[in-house]
Every structure is written in structure tokens, then in C-alpha cells.
Design a protein around this ligand. Structure first.
Ligand code: ACO
Length: 332
């Protein structure tokens, strides 16, 4: 075998831009009080949520994903034809198969490269970025669209006040590109990804249906207190691992973009980690918990506002059903 001249280049994956999409229809806490026995005060006090968006009839996860993907491509200044990998995180795909990612691929007129879905519930976007990062650094693709898109309204039991007030629909996306040079604190790009799961907790947050069990999509079921109890510890574990892997601290962060499940979990995590409140991005009050879409929606809100500068250090983190949890530390 001739090995001369074969060299593996060090690569890192760089975020080029992001975009998001929310369905037009808003659902306020006040409107929810007409559907279940709840109050604006209870929801705001326990969760910080005031509003969420709900997909229209005939509007599917793929439609939200396509809109977010187009916005991300525009923000990044990248042509759809230059994308050769699509990773879409969702727990609410249009169909059991094919992957919703191939709907996005077809809608964007891309017929090269490859596209697939990832399912890690609320941690889906962190898992998807980590996957794209590995593929890009491994040389399997050059430019990736990474999307989180959900229509959780379709798997909510609208008679269960303990869950239906918490979630919403939406989508967010980022464009990532493989660039020469290893990850480093001096260059833009993903610095470290930390993923975890622990299936012993699978009954604390799950959907009570599926193709193999009930042949229905099922409804979301949650032991809210149990989730709350574990959330802060799990989140801080993967963030501390990110700091350790890169020799950074909370003071070095410019932005903390947590999964938007609950204001109390976000505030408690930031406090425990010593992250200054002005660095914490919060969109949960307006979006509710949009599961895999929540991080790219939150990220897009600060990118759109013009507050994110090249070179800013950004921490993404999420925790969700499984349990799954993880973090991504990147330089914008
Ligand atoms: N409106 C009014 N009352 C309600 C509602 C509601 N929507 N839902 C529950 N209650 C009642 C309960 O029935 C209970 O009444 P009781 O004392 O008479 O039995 C009371 O409020 C307290 O219920 P708890 O479940 O103990 O309330 P808690 O303070 O734990 O808050 C919540 C519930 C908000 C779900 C909280 O546990 C939580 O935030 N958990 C984290 C879960 C989460 O964020 N999940 C998102 C998905 S996971 C993820 O993304 C990480």
C-alpha cells in the first residue's frame, strides 16, 4: 500500500450563521386558562413562561425546519447547494420515517451529500451540533445545516395542565463549516462538546406511544418535580467538564445559551456556575419550552439583535428526556 503523501488535515467546525422560525399563532397564559384549570400567576411563578407559539393546521415540523434553514443560510451567506450535510434534531418528526431532514433537503433542492434526524428530546440540538462537529472534523462533509425543529403541540395532552402549559412549537438552525486548523481558543469554532445520558431516568419524561408499542404517536408524560430535581446538577456537570477541557472559566464566557425549559432551572444553573446574569440568554417567557428548537431560537435572538461579536465565547447546554444532557462551548 502506498501511504506517501496521505495526510490527515486538522480541522475545526465554525458557526457561519443562524436563523429561526416561529409559527404565527401565539397562545398566551390567559388563553390557556380557558382550556385548563390554571392561571397566569401559577405558570409565570413556576416557569417564567408567558407565551408560546403553536403550528397551524397543516403546518408540520418540516415546514418550520425549512423556514429556519433558509433564514440560517441567508444569515450565513451560504448557498443551499454548498450544504452537504443536514442533521435535524426532533422528537416530533412529520412521519416515523423517512427522516424529516430529507424533507428539508428536498425542499432546498439539495440532491447531494446526506441528511438524517437525531432524537435526544430537549438535548437534541446539542447532540446534533456535536454530531455535525465530528463529521466536519472527520472530513465526511464540508458544510452542515444543523436544525432543531419541533411541533410539541401535537404530542401534548391538552387536558393535562401539568404539561400542556409548558411547551411550544418552533425551529432554529445554524450553518457550520469545516475550516483548516485544530480547535483553539485563538480561532472561531467549536472548542469542546460534552454529551451524557442515563436511561435509568427514562420513565420521568416520556411519550406514552410509538410505532412499536401502541402504533400511535402518544402523549408527553412527565414527573415535573423529578425532572427539576436532576436538572441543575446535570447541567452544571457538563458545563464544568467543558471548562475543564478548555481551561476556561465562567468569567471567560460572553454568552450562556441554555435550553429554555424553565426560568428557575436557568437561573439556578447560572447562579451555581457563577455566570453573570447579563450573559444569560432567556427566551422561555415568549417561546415556552420548544425542546430541540429552544437553543437555536435563543441563539438567533442574540445574533439578530447584533449583540454577538466575532470571537465571543458561547456556552450552549441542554437537558431532557432519557435523561440526556450535554454542552457545546464555541467561539463565534
Ligand atoms: N396550573 C395550576 N396548578 C397546577 C398546574 C397548572 N398548570 N400544574 C400543576 N398544578 C398544581 C398541581 O396539581 C399541584 O397541586 P396540588 O398541590 O393540589 O397537588 C401543585 O400545582 C404543585 O404541583 P407540582 O408538580 O408539585 O409543582 P412544581 O412546583 O413542581 O412545578 C413544574 C411544576 C413547573 C413542572 C416544575 O416541577 C418544573 O419546572 N419541573 C421541571 C420540568 C421541566 O421544565 N420540564 C420541561 C421538560 S424537561 C426539560 O426540558 C429539561
Amino acid at each position: 500500500m502506498k501511504t506517501e503523501g496521505f495526510k490527515v488535515k486538522a480541522l475545526r467546525s465554525v458557526f457561519l450563521g443562524c436563523g429561526s422560525y416561529l409559527p404565527k399563532k401565539a397562545l398566551t397564559n390567559q388563553q390557556l386558562t380557558e382550556m385548563v384549570d390554571t392561571s397566569d400567576e401559577w405558570i409565570v411563578q413556576r416557569t417564567g413562561i408567558r407565551n408560546r407559539h403553536i403550528a397551524a393546521e397543516g403546518e408540520f415540523t418540516s415546514h418550520l425546519a425549512i423556514n429556519a434553514a433558509k433564514a440560517a443560510l441567508e444569515n450565513a451567506g451560504v448557498d443551499a447547494q454548498d450544504i452537504d450535510l443536514i442533521v435535524l434534531a426532533t422528537s416530533t418528526p412529520d412521519n416515523t420515517f423517512p427522516a424529516t431532514a430529507v424533507d428539508v433537503q428536498a425542499a432546498l433542492g439539495i440532491n447531494h451529500g446526506f441528511a438524517f434526524d437525531i432524537q435526544a428530546v430537549c438535548s437534541g440540538f446539542v447532540y446534533a451540533v456535536t454530531t455535525a462537529d465530528a463529521y466536519l472534523r472527520g472530513g465526511l462533509a464540508k458544510r452542515a445545516l444543523v436544525i432543531g425543529a419541533e411541533t410539541f403541540s401535537r404530542i401534548l395532552d391538552w387536558e393535562d395542565r401539568t404539561t400542556c402549559v409548558l411547551f411550544g412549537d418552533g425551529a432554529g438552525a445554524v450553518v457550520m463549516e469545516a475550516q483548516e486548523g485544530a480547535p483553539s481558543l485563538e480561532e472561531s469554532g467549536v472548542l469542546t462538546c460534552q454529551l451524557r445520558s442515563d436511561g435509568r431516568h427514562k420513565d420521568k419524561l416520556y411519550v406514552d406511544g410509538g410505532p412499536s408499542t401502541t402504533q400511535t404517536a402518544g402523549y408527553l408524560r412527565m414527573q415535573g418535580r423529578e425532572v427539576f430535581k436532576h436538572a441543575v446538577g446535570m447541567v452544571t456537570d457538563v458545563i464544568e467538564a467543558s471548562f475543564e477541557a478548555t481551561g476556561t472559566t465562567a468569567d471567560d464566557l460572553d454568552w450562556f445559551v441554555p435550553h429554555q425549559a424553565n426560568q428557575r432551572i436557568i437561573d439556578a444553573s447560572a447562579k451555581k456556575l457563577g455566570i453573570a446574569p447579563e450573559k444569560v440568554v432567556k427566551t422561555v417567557s415568549e417561546h415556552g419550552n420548544t425542546s430541540a428548537a429552544s437553543i437555536p431560537l435563543a441563539l438567533d435572538s442574540i445574533v439578530k439583535s447584533g449583540d454577538v461579536k466575532k470571537g465571543d465565547l458561547i456556552m450552549l447546554e441542554a437537558m431532557g428526556g432519557g435523561f440526556t444532557w450535554g454542552s457545546v462551548l464555541l467561539k463565534w
